[in-house]
Design a protein around this ligand. Structure first.
Ligand code: TXA
Ligand code: MG
Length: 348
């Protein structure tokens, strides 16, 4: 299959968008930008189309997909119950980087929900995404457009790296602004629960609906319980090199990472370092990449996956990362970094 890439960075080209919608309606696959990461879209109400997503990504079939909608009116057809809290969250955060879990209606095939009776729904903010949803029948199932186990794509070039020849089309809308996947909140229980941290944090949610819990397994590698979102159970976002996060005071962290870099060089390896704009110059050796400025948390989420992909390309042998436990997005950032590192943390 030849994968067509359409450039829509400057404007949404009508004819191309129509073609993209037709591919979706015919049961094909189109990757598209959102404000979080690129999605790999198919008709969510067509079980065979959803099956193609799993095939193209190499994704386990019990890992459910998020259904993307473009208007509030679309919600009732796929969500059996929309609670007052869910309505409040939708009013405040949709369109935007929030996914909510509802009991599903019979309209949503189990092939889209990984066999579950619930459905994850999100209304993205990106204009290209919204237009594709409208042209493609109103309901687009879309996981992140990476091969299973690779970092999520935040540019069309990342999507092409993983999906060339596997999907019909990629809509290029430039770099994603947020760069980590949407916050997932389960609204089917008594107390809403965050199943995946993202840009919309616990405090922002609690300001709108009161108490919100966090899935306790998210940051705890030793938890005996399984994460509630099936996708959070798999090893994810993994760079090829073995990665370690070093935590402690900035001085101690810098000294330890420099020591580990020296060791790796002595062993003939090629060490990589994940630092910030503020600390980059503290690392004189190894391949050093900045995630952005610690004073601009969104610059860190926006660079995270690109940095991990970059290290794959440079074939580094080991990665040492600073910790990024920043005030608002720290949970979202550290959740991804911990997974990339297989929860290897060194306290200094
Ligand atoms: O920002 C995003 O959410 C991106 C863009 C493309 O919208 N999409 C995305 O999809 O991250 P994906 O498939 O990579 O992650 C979806 C996550 C998985 O962890 C999955 O297990 C969980 O959502 N999920 C989906 N449906 C669920 C359900 N009914 N119950 C619990 N978890 C669910
Ligand atoms: Mg994903």
């Amino acid at each position: 299959m030849k994968t067509i890439v359409l450039d829509m960075k400057d404007r949404i080209e009508k004819e191309g968008m129509k073609q993209a919608g037709e591919i979706i309606l015919a049961g094909g696959l189109v990757a598209f930008p959102t404000e979080t990461v690129y999605g790999l879209g198919a008709d969510a109400l067509n079980e065979e189309a959803s099956a193609k997503i799993y095939q193209a990504k190499g994704r386990p079939s019990d890992n459910p997909l998020i259904v993307h909608i473009a208007s509030m009116e679309s919600l009732d057809r796929i969500a059996a119950v929309v609670s007052p809290k869910a309505k409040k969250l939708a009013e405040k955060f949709w369109p935007g980087p929030l996914t909510m879990i509802f009991q599903k209606t019979a309209e949503v095939p189990k092939g889209t929900t990984g066999g579950l009776d619930t459905v994850a729904v999100r209304m993205p903010e990106n204009e290209i995404a919204l237009e594709l949803i409208r042209c493609g029948g109103g309901y687009i199932a879309a996981p992140s457009a990476n091969l299973s186990g690779r970092p999520s794509p935040t540019t069309a070039a990342h999507v092409l790296e993983d999906m060339d020849g596997r999907i019909e089309m990629i809509l290029d809308g430039g770099s994603c602004g947020i760069g980590v996947e949407s916050t997932i909140v389960d609204l089917t229980g008594e107390i809403p629960m965050i199943l995946r941290p993202g840009y919309i944090n616990q405090k922002m949610l609690e300001e709108v609906i009161g108490e919100v819990a966090v899935d306790p397994t998210l940051m705890d590698a030793n938890s005996k319980e399984r994460p509630k979102a099936p996708g959070m159970r798999y090893k994810h976002y993994a760079p090829k090199a073995d990665m370690t996060i070093v935590e402690g005071s900035q001085e101690a962290v810098t000294a330890k990472i420099n020591e580990l870099v020296q060791e790796e060089l002595n062993n003939g390896g090629c060490p990589g370092v994940i630092a910030s704009d503020e600390t980059m110059s503290c690392y004189p050796q190894g391949i050093v990449q900045s995630m952005g400025s610690r004073t601009d948390e969104v610059s860190i989420t926006a660079h995270l996956y690109a940095v991990l992909r970059e290290f794959d390309e440079q074939n580094v042998s080991r990665i040492y990362s600073e910790s990024f436990d920043t005030p608002d997005l720290g949970m979202a950032i550290m959740n991804r970094l911990m997974k990339a590192a297989g929860h290897q943390v060194l306290q200094v």
